[in-house]
Write a protein that binds this ligand. Sequence first.
Ligand code: HEM
Length: 471
Amino acid sequence: MGVRPFVAPRPVEYARVPTPVIDSSAPAHLPPGPRPRVPGEMLWRFQRDTPKFLLSLRDTYGHASSFYLNRQLFLGLFSPAMVHEVTVAQQSSFIKGVGFERMRKVLGEGLLTNEEPIHLRHRRMMQPPFHKSRLDGYAAEMSDVTRQTMDTWLPGNTIFLGPQMMRLTLLIVARTLFGTDADRYTDRIAHSMDIAIDRIERTMLPGLDRFDSLPLPYWRAFHRAADDLAEIAEELIRERRLRGVDGDDLLGLLLALRDEDGSSFTDDEVRDEALTLILSGHETTANALTWAFSWLGGRPDVHDALRAEALDQDWVTGDAPATVADVMSCEVAGQVIAETLRMAPPVWVAPRRALMDLDIAGVRVPAGAHVLVSQYVTQRDPEYFPDPHTWEPARWTEQLHASLPRGAYFPFGAGTRKCLGDQFALLEARIILLHAAARHRLIPADPEHPMPKAQPRATYRAEGPVPMVVT
Ligand code: HEM
């Protein structure tokens, strides 16, 4: 194995990170935006609740606005047309922005954090394991693991929904990735992922990653966690190579993948991709489910409709294996998830850096500017989603799907950087919701505060463990 991600330099093949636009040299014709009245005001407002801050920009200044953090220029671009330009039409004029550098220390050159030209080669190779034809196999595994978790939820008990969902989705992704080989590592993976996610999420402020190498216990734990995850993945790869690379799980597939020219992934590349799938494949889905169950707790009508749908499914009530066709025919579950991903998008912002001067739907974006498009903001646009702050799954009719312009709803991103696991996640979320609804109803343990508070970090998560009573 080569260099571990935590200390690996940025590959020379990538575009150079552009010089930021500093307030004193900013061009004229920027969109309007807040300017601090006292030093540090902007940092404070931004950090306190970033999604709300971005929403307030849209409400005050409209679809485009500008502001400075650590003197560096940021542009918030929120109309669907702007989202489409940034994520699809002009995507090759951007690299990924703030936050991704720190993520690279854990995920190396995996799909989430890599850049062109490495990204497209990896993306092409990684597509087949996520092809529709493979999803039936994953569905059966997801359903089995979910049943085992649900067996531990006993009526009258209080469960901590946040950690339960995190554990369940981690088990699912580890099983589909490594088969049962991963079982003996699950606790270690959960422990190190926890530390890594916490440190990655600390802040979106530009330039703060230079503190990561300070010899403080807090940051040393980050380095140790990143190395531990790399070590686990390397061990699993070594064992699998010794046994021969076959295996129907994702690791077997990753090791057997061939590019058009016959070349395969190196072991380092497989390691980075495996860690990327674990990280991007569990926290997001867990957060979405935590929000969905929380909203369902206050909407017995939707819960009852979901339960009726679940009880109609052989794979929920009997021993039939779950198939994609069956799971995806469950409309109420689909609506619950679509609406949850609208209101509480696990990935609520896509930070980018402009590589050159650009025109984004009429807004001039100078090279080096940080650009933020935000699922949280755009998916609350009253023009497309009347009463946008209300959770209402029934709004997801066929007409709504058909009427939305490109860029209005993008919980999984768009363009070549669109989520690789979107179908996997939708399938998994439906399976967990339906199994749960058939057996239990979850009621908030504290009726005074039925909905958890948001704690937006790298993902849009609920604050605290979210206690719920199983009925
Ligand atoms: C509800 C659950 C999920 C949500 C909301 C979500 C959302 C996203 C978003 C918005 C992106 C694009 C990020 C950007 O443009 O900066 C992304 C990328 C990605 N996601 Fe997901 N994701 C979810 C679940 C999953 C799962 C289950 C997997 C894998 C098993 C996965 C694997 C990936 C990968 C590999 C990428 C990088 C793709 C690339 O750049 O080529 N995600 N995800």
